[in-house]
Design a protein around this ligand. Structure first.
Ligand code: F6P
Length: 324
C-alpha cells in the first residue's frame, strides 16, 4: 500500500472534514501518499486527484461541509464508468480508497472493489443516521443539535404568542433525527416515516391531548420523508380539523451545515484513523461502525438492507406521556 485516495460523496454532513483530516494525517504518518478526489466519484471520472499533505487539512476540523466537495454521481452506477476509473486508478498506482458518505457511496465503492479496483474502506457520514450495522453516522449529532436549538427558539416565540407550530426536520426515509429532537425539545407530537400518521390521526391526537390539558402553544415535529415541504399542506388541513392555526417552520438544509459537535469530530477522527489502518492491513469492503458504543470495522452493505430504520416505538410512547 503506497498511494490512497480519500473522497466524500452523497449529502454532506458536519464532521466530514475531521474524517478527511484523520485519513490524510494517519496516511502521511504511515508513509503513504494521500490524494483527494474532488466532488466524490466525479473526481475519479474526471481524472482529478489532488495531492494532500498534513498542511492541506489544517484548520478544517471545526468547519461543516467538506473541503473535498461532494456530489451524487449517478454515472458511477454504470459499469463502463467504473471500468474507465478502475483502469486509470491502476495506472496511477492507487492501492486503496477511503469513501466517506452514505449507502449510495458504499454501493459505488463496493462495485469498484468487486470488479478488481483498489481496496475500499467506508466511513458512514450522513445526518440521517440511517446506515445499517452502525449505531452512529458522522453528522447526526451536529444536525440534531442544530434542529434542537431551532426548536427551542421556536418554543420561545410559540409560547409568547400562544401559537401552534409544525417543525419539519430532515430524514428522507427515517425518523432518527425527528425522534431525538422531538423528545429533547418537548414536542407534543412526533411524526416519522416509519410510524406515519395521517392528517386525521394527527388531528385526533391533538384533540385527545386537548382533553387532558389544553395547551395554548405546541410543537409538532415532523420528518420531511420523501416530500420536503409537506408540512405546509398538513398544517392547512390540521387547521380545519382542529379549529386552530398552525405555523410552519421547515429547517431544511440548515441542519446539514455548521460547526461539528465534539462527538462528531471525535467519531470522525477515530473512524478516519481506523479506516487507514484497515487499508494497511489489506482489508477491503469494510466500514467503520459504532457497535455497542465502540468503534469497529464491519462489512458494509451486508445483505440487502441499504437503510437502517427507526423501530423503537417505545420512545414514541414515552413522548406521548412526557408531552402532556
Ligand atoms: O440523506 C441526507 C439528507 O440530508 C436527507 O435527510 C434529505 O432528505 C436529503 O439528504 C436532501 O438531499 P439534497 O441535499 O440532495 O436535497
Amino acid at each position: 500500500m503506497q498511494k490512497i485516495v480519500v473522497l466524500t460523496s452523497g449529502g454532506d454532513a458536519p464532521g466530514m472534514n475531521a474524517a478527511i483530516r484523520a485519513v490524510v494525517r494517519t496516511g502521511c504518518a504511515e508513509g503513504l501518499r494521500v490524494y483527494g478526489s474532488r466532488s466524490g466519484f466525479q473526481g475519479l471520472v474526471q481524472r482529478q486527484l489532488i495531492p494532500l499533505e498534513p498542511d492541506s487539512v489544517a484548520n478544517c476540523i471545526q468547519h461543516g461541509g467538506t473541503i473535498l466537495k461532494t456530489d451524487r454521481c449517478l454515472a458511477f452506477y454504470e459499469k463502463s464508468t467504473r471500468d474507465h476509473c478502475r483502469a486509470w486508478l491502476a495506472e496511477q498506482g492507487i492501492d486503496g480508497i477511503v469513501v466517506i458518505g452514505g449507502n449510495g457511496t458504499f454501493q459505488g465503492a463496493a462495485l469498484l472493489a468487486a470488479e478488481g479496483g483498489p481496496t475500499v474502506i467506508g466511513i458512514p457520514g450522513t445526518i440521517d443516521n440511517d446506515i445499517p450495522d452502525t449505531e452512529y453516522t458522522i453528522g447526526f449529532d451536529t444536525a440534531r443539535n442544530t434542529a434542537l436549538q431551532a426548536i427551542d427558539r421556536i418554543r420561545d416565540t410559540a409560547s409568547s404568542h400562544d401559537r401552534h407550530f409544525l417543525v419539519e426536520v430532515m430524514g428522507r426515509k427515517t425518523g432518527f433525527l425527528a425522534v431525538d429532537v422531538g423528545i429533547a425539545g418537548g414536542a407534543e407530537i412526533i411524526v416519522t416515516p416509519e410510524f406515519p400518521l395521517s392528517v386525521a390521526q394527527i388531528a385526533e391526537k391533538i384533540l385527545q391531548t386537548r382533553e387532558k390539558r389544553r395547551k395554548l402553544s405546541s410543537i409538532i415535529v415532523i420528518a420531511e420523508a420523501e416530500q420536503p415541504g409537506r408540512s405546509m399542506q398538513i398544517a392547512a388541513k390540521l387547521g380545519t380539523l382542529t379549529d386552530s392555526q398552525y405555523r410552519v417552520c421547515i429547517l431544511g438544509h440548515t441542519q446539514r451545515g455548521g460547526s461539528p459537535t465534539t462527538l462528531d469530530r471525535l467519531m470522525a477522527s477515530e473512524m478516519g484513523h481506523m479506516a487507514v489502518k484497515g487499508l494497511l492491513q489489506g482489508k477491503t469492503c469494510l466500514m467503520t461502525a459504532v457497535q455497542h458504543g465502540k468503534a469497529v470495522l464491519v462489512p458494509f452493505l451486508s445483505g440487502e438492507r441499504h437503510t437502517r430504520f427507526f423501530t423503537d416505538a417505545g420512545l414514541l410512547a414515552l413522548n406521548d406521556i412526557l408531552c402532556i
